[in-house]
Design a protein around this ligand. Sequence first.
Ligand code: ZN
Length: 172
Amino acid sequence: MAVRPITIIGHKALHQPTKKVRDVTDEIRTLVDDMFDTMEAAEGVGLAANQVGVPLRCSWVGREDGTFFEIINPEILEKSGPVTLDEGCLSVPDQFEKTPRFHKVKVKYQDRTGAWHELEAEGRLAHVLQHEIGHLDGQVFVELLSNLKRGLIREKMVKLQKTLKRREAERE
Ligand code: ZN
């Protein structure tokens, strides 16, 4: 198990739909375990595979009680009750915005054994599911905001990318 670097908005892995996992192999389970360590180290409430640069359809989702479960090949079957919720993302550091979401969702997904599940969720769990499945579809939450807000966040993130690159160069 290992902590992997988290991709920042602008990284191409975050902006392309991920691929379906054909078989839930040991390799996938290792990826999922690494993703858990990465999420825990970053104190996240969820993490999608493309946030560690792997374009596969699997993610972690945090429940309200502080426990987590993995979702592989998830799909949203139904959503209802539009709401606006405060949202942030490990790939968009320190930016929090009110984002349009749905109060309730019904999803299906596979677990690490390959077994399929259906789940009806509401409130925070429904929110995390929408955020993570959005990632797997190549969507970062800022894409759901107004052009103005998205533009402001983009400017900040371009600056952040430059700072990170500079730091990397200084280390070498
Ligand atoms: Zn996120």
